[in-house]
Design a protein around this ligand. Structure first.
Ligand code: NG1
Length: 416
């Protein structure tokens, strides 16, 4: 069956592909599309799960789900990518997870959460296509969770505003085993075109900031995949445990010494009470080396986020770049979530003329983000090919290697 365009409007290539495959697969046309973008975090890494502010933007790469409501409670979904087998399950609270790392878990996650919270019972047939590089720190997983979450809320009549939706999806994604923060789901649903967003947590808020017209954030993929189900998930959760433990020890010491009167509620509260310098000084005195490093990263990264936002407001590209470098160093040395390839790529970016560069996302592989001005983009890209991709024999023809990130709008439902 040929898939026609009932709306007679411009369609994105992803919408066309998912619609066509849907029609072939199910013999009818989809009734809706849910689209949800990936994101790139400009600064503020590994601190969202401590309820500290972060500064990401949604990007033009998206997950696109063509779907049609079913009469029963089953979800049947396939991916345009042949590597991913079809997933089918019934929506009930407590859906049995697929094997660790299986893409179906990112479909089951929102279904399970919405079944528990809102007793949803209506499923859909769907076809997914995405051009977000997978396992690269650009939140292809949260985009999928959000797209499925949007589809399910829509067809079950669950009405959620942007921020509550993001909170529910953040809880949902923990079904997959990563004890993540809420940054990815929030920016993927709440991003604005041309803007980055300062996101705060508990309660979740978003403040949108126009990215200066001449600034260009370039995303460069190291080519090393980050499989969130394996090693990376273990280390990610371990870093969270370590930095929580560090906070407990420092808080108890501050209590004993009468510097604070009651238990603090988290890093944010501690930072407000003690300030950066005293908090770090005290931590150095009472923590063993590794825990101290974890603590120092969290505190200094939180301070960098605030400074970076001020610098963007002033259009200070060099200052913002310098903070990106400092963030990378902290992630490499103190938080130990970088990799040989990411470190090399950051050096190449700087040598190519970028104002600053850092790993983005959880780390362990995946992508680097760098900042440059519009008129230097070609020179920087040329330097990247010469310094990183060329020597490794990696193709730069593919749109998966590097691209200029466009600050983009958050997820939405399109009804035909
Ligand atoms: P990615 O890059 O998608 O693995 C993860 C977490 C974020 C945040 C970053 C590090 C999830 C879904 N995402 O992102 O919440 O903690 O790491 O800043 O767990």
């Amino acid at each position: 069956m040929n898939w026609t365009n009932p709306r007679q409007v411009d369609r994105s290539p992803l919408e066309l592909v998912s619609g066509e495959v849907f029609a072939k697969e199910f013999g009818v046309q989809p009734t809706h599309f849910a689209r949800a973008p990936g994101r790139v975090n400009l600064i503020g890494e590994h601190i969202d799960y401590h309820d500290l502010p972060v500064f990401p933007m949604a990007i033009q790469r998206e997950a696109y789900l063509a779907f049609r409501c079913r009469d029963d409670g089953f979800v049947r979904i396939r991916s345009v990518c042949e590597d991913f087998e079809e997933v089918e399950f019934e929506i009930v609270p407590g859906i049995t997870a697929s094997s660790p790392g299986h893409w179906g878990n990112y479909v089951k996650a929102p279904a399970d959460e919405l079944a528990r919270r809102f007793a949803i019972s209506r499923g859909f047939d769907g076809v997914l296509v995405s051009d977000i590089p997978i396992a690269a720190g650009l939140s292809s997983s949260s985009a999928l969770v959000n797209a499925v979450g949007l589809a399910l809320t829509h067809i079950n009549g669950v009405v959620l505003e942007t921020l509550p939706f993001a909170d529910v999806m953040a809880d949902a994604e923990r079904y997959t085993g990563t004890r993540g923060g809420g940054m990815d789901q929030a920016i993927s649903i709440g991003g604005h075109a041309h803007h980055a967003a300062q996101i705060e947590f508990s309660p979740l808020t978003m403040s949108h900031m126009l990215v200066p017209e001449r600034w260009r954030f370039i995303i460069a993929n190291s080519g090393v995949r980050v499989e969130k189900s394996g090693y990376a998930m273990g280390v990610y959760n371990a870093r969270r445990d370590e930095s929580e433990q560090a906070l407990r020890i420092v808080t108890n010491t501050a209590l004993d010494r009468g510097l604070i009167r009651s238990q603090v509620t988290g890093y944010k509260n501690l930072l407000e009470i003690l300030g950066e310098d005293i908090a770090i000084e005290m931590a150095e005195a009472v923590l063993e080396r590794t825990l101290f490093q974890r603590f120092r990263h969290v505190i200094t990264e939180a301070v960098r986020v605030g400074t970076a936002i001020d610098l963007m407001a002033r259009g200070d590209v060099q200052g913002f770049g310098w903070l990106m470098d400092a963030s990378h160093k902290s992630l490499r040395v103190d938080y130990e979530v970088s990799s040989v390839e990411l470190d090399e790529l950051v050096v190449v970016c700087r040598e190519a003329g970028a104002a600053g560069a850092r790993l983005t996302g959880a780390g362990f592989g995946g992508c680097v983000i760098m900042l440059t001005e519009q008129d230097k983009v070609d020179v920087v890209l040329e330097g990247l090919s010469r310094g990183y991709y060329g020597p490794r024999g990696m193709s730069t023809d593919t749109d998966q290697s590097h691209f200029v990130a466009r600050p983009s709008a958050g997820a939405s439902i399109i009804t035909l």
